[in-house]
Design a protein around this ligand. Sequence first.
Ligand SMILES: [Zn+2]
Length: 415
Amino acid sequence: MTMVYTLKNGKTFTFPSMFVNPQNPRDVESLWKSDEEFGLPHIDGILVNMIDFHEVYGKLALDSQPILSQEKPSLREKIRIIDPSYHVLLTGAMEEKARMLTTGFFDKKIEKATKQIMHTKLSPSDKTRIIVNDIYPNLTVKPAIDFLVKNKSDAIVSPCVNLSSKRWFGKQVDKAREMLMDTRALLTTSYKAYSEKHDLMNIVTIQKDVVTERNFATLFRLLLCNDPDQVGIRVMGIQESDTVFLDTLFAFIRQFNLFMRLREKRTQIPIHLVNIDEIGYSGYCNGVVNIVSPIASNPYYKFSSTSSDEDRDMSGRYYHPFNMNYPYLSTITKLPCSCAECKRFKQVSAIPVEYRPTFRRKHWLRVKDNEIQQLRETPARLDVALRDKFANSMRVGLVAYIPASPIFNTFEKER
Ligand SMILES: [Zn+2]
């Protein structure tokens, strides 16, 4: 079962779809090498968070011409999206906040309030009070939209505050809605011509504590408030061991699909799950069309004390293609995988130490590309194929999130 979604500018992604989220120069290098050496024909897009823009996006060299003409689809033709990621400014680590302040999106008042949060010992609730009272009134969408247009993001991702606090939920939703509506207003005025050729995508970042049944309807309305072409949800705080929450999350997405179908305007909008690992595969059977994953690194934890490449991912973790888990490379002797990278070395000891970070990434990219291909081409129904894959892995618990009656969000978008 496959279904092709076409963006307004003609680029496409295919259900079940996966985008990757490069976060550092090593990720970019691995992407390019993989692209040139064996291609990644089934990975349909790249999403770059604003905080990583300068380290990553320019180095993708997406507009340069290939030296040799390539027959297979190249990274250059993939969907590329810049996510303003305002949640990093508001609730990121200190070093991340500081980097967000260098984007030029934020004025002096925001800078002052942000520094106040960074350098004083305040309770989380007091910090949120400062964010709501001193940062929200000064947050605008235009600088980010200007930037996305200038840098050719294939979809306009509206900046938006994240929903992180039960106590401040109402105020956070109000501000988020205001920003999403402001983006729509810009796209119908200043950027009218541009918006006719580019999708509007909302990516809303939500802390898992506020994804509760009583908030579902509020969240659905928020996600659709500005009539977007695509909707992305980034849930923070996911833990695979928290089965109660994962049940709630997938119920949320299933009901969101239903909510869209019952609206007056019955268009079905693609749902993206942003910043997720293999858990996202279960999402495909709950109405998710595309997942966005960081490259060979754990999406749910960040080590924020320093910012060197390797500290920002699970250093030395190797994706096991059958077990679907991430053992340390040092615990493996013989490589259990038949991808081009693993075939080259066969034994872990044969991989030069300095090459291992690139090796892990290229292996991950190759295996992921292959997994997506298998899921697309499975002769069985996707939910059956996935259940089988999980059941034969070390992550058999993920079977529980594949519903008996799966929901595939495979409605061709009308233009
Ligand atoms: Zn491999």
